[in-house]
Design a protein around this ligand. Structure first.
Ligand code: SAM
Ligand code: SF4
Ligand code: SF4
Length: 379
């Protein structure tokens, strides 16, 4: 019988109980994992819900009206998120990105933004506070987010052609409203704005050059992301990945490009500027050119589990510590231990397997427990 199994919300992904060291040394602001990678960037998912059903992230046949999203009581509260973020900042995190699901669906998000904007690094510097959104509610919320202390936004937009975009978001949402959101964010001073386009060969690759042309000469930095095999529901196939090198070649053929240096170690995008001086683009080659070696990002799920890799199949249950009688020093020490034990480098290993054809089919056979979904830990 073809029976549908609905996961119990809090048990949907495996999680380990963090270990608290007996002698908790205070954070030094300089953690390194087993591969020597620092901890600089924390992505916080504030909701697992979304008003879009992008097929590469939340395909409608899985995330339908029967899907069990997390109940409100499972979500970290704003106070819990801020407390956790403060401990991460003490460990060296300098950048926080709010994400989801669709983060602007979380009620009163600007209140959380204001709480996070008050945090400081150990050197007294405010954190680089940013947010990734599908843009659907941005026109309404941009000014309030800016007033609360948000610095920048990244907006996802996969096509300029309305029919293609509506098909990809699978919620019949029009391009014009996202463009309105981008304009509102620009007016509010939430720049420089980045626009992320996930490229799926055969679905929206015809939009690469029109998108580049549209944003060329504006202050918006367009970034092309390779379609990734994240989660276990999007039916990913390698033949639907268009390598970033081809994206660059297609744009370069019409608008010559020159490579640029990275801003930061750990930056995911390779940067290119237009030879005529009219701005830059970025490509994020997460499949064809893995950048695990510099990966300095941790992810906090909506229900307070810490994930060390986008492709992890288990998290570390920080909420269990936050909701029991543990001190900041104990929780910070637990976070330190978790990061020091990290050796994740999934994309690098996937790259090695893909370059050896006999190993490729093994990638499709997922070991249990199942891999975490993007909408739950954020991109
Ligand atoms: N809902 C917000 C949005 O779409 O911007 C924030 C969350 S979304 C999970 C974050 C980013 O992940 C988006 O830019 C989205 O395009 C990207 N993303 C989701 N699934 C992906 C996949 N399978 N491959 C590559 N990028 C993906
Ligand atoms: Fe929603 Fe963003 Fe996922 Fe699209 S990519 S379904 S907008 S969370
Ligand atoms: Fe980082 Fe994991 Fe992505 Fe590698 S695969 S870059 S370790 S998130």
């Amino acid at each position: 019988m073809n029976q549908r199994v609905i996961p119990v919300a809090d048990l949907r992904y495996a999680a380990r109980a963090p270990r608290i060291p007996l002698h908790a040394a205070p954070p030094t602001g300089h953690l390194a994992d087993r591969l020597g990678r620092p901890l600089h960037d924390l992505r916080i998912s504030v909701t697992d819900r979304c008003n879009f059903r992008c097929s590469y992230c939340m395909p409608k046949d899985v995330f339908d009206k029967d899907y069990a999203f997390l109940p409100h009581s499972s979500l970290l509260s704003f106070e819990e998120i801020t407390r956790t973020a403060r401990l991460f900042a003490a460990h060296g995190v300098r950048k926080i990105r709010l994400t989801g699901g669709e983060p602007l669906l979380r009620k009163n998000l600007e209140v959380l933004v204001a709480m996070l904007a008050a945090l400081r690094t150990p050197d007294g510097v405010p954190l680089d506070l940013t947010l990734t959104t599908n843009g659907s509610l941005l026109a309404r919320k941009a000014q309030a987010l800016k007033d609360a202390g948000l610095k920048r936004v990244t907006v996802s937009l996969d096509a300029l052609d309305d029919a293609t975009f509506r098909r990809m978001n699978d919620a019949d949402f029009p391009v014009a409203d996202v463009l309105d959101g981008i304009n509102a964010a620009q007016r509010a001073g939430l720049g420089p704005i980045k626009v992320n386009m996930v490229v799926k060969r055969g679905t929206n690759d015809a939009e690469i050059v029109p998108m580049a042309r549209h944003f060329k000469g504006s202050d918006v930095v367009l970034r092309f992301i390779e379609y990734m095999d994240v989660g276990a529901t999007n039916g990913w196939r390698m033949d639907e990945v268009l390598p970033s090198a081809s994206v660059v070649a297609r744009i370069h053929a019409e608008h010559p490009l020159v490579p640029m240096d990275a801003n930061d170690a750990g930056e995911t995008a390779k940067r290119w500027r237009y030879a005529d001086g009219s701005g830059e683009i970025g490509v994020i080659a997460s499949v064809t050119q893995a950048f695990c070696r510099d990966c300095n990002r941790a992810r906090l799920s909506t229900e307070g589990k810490l994930f060390l890799c986008l492709f992890a199949n288990h998290g570390h249950d920080l909420r269990a510590l936050l909701r029991t009688d543990h001190t900041d020093a104990q929780i910070a020490a637990a976070i330190g231990l978790i990061w020091q034990g990290r050796d994740d480098r999934y994309s690098e290993l996937r790259g090695a397997a893909l370059s050896s054809p006999s190993a490729a089919p093994a990638l499709a056979a997922e070991p249990a427990p199942r891999r975490v979904e993007m909408h739950y830990i954020g991109g």
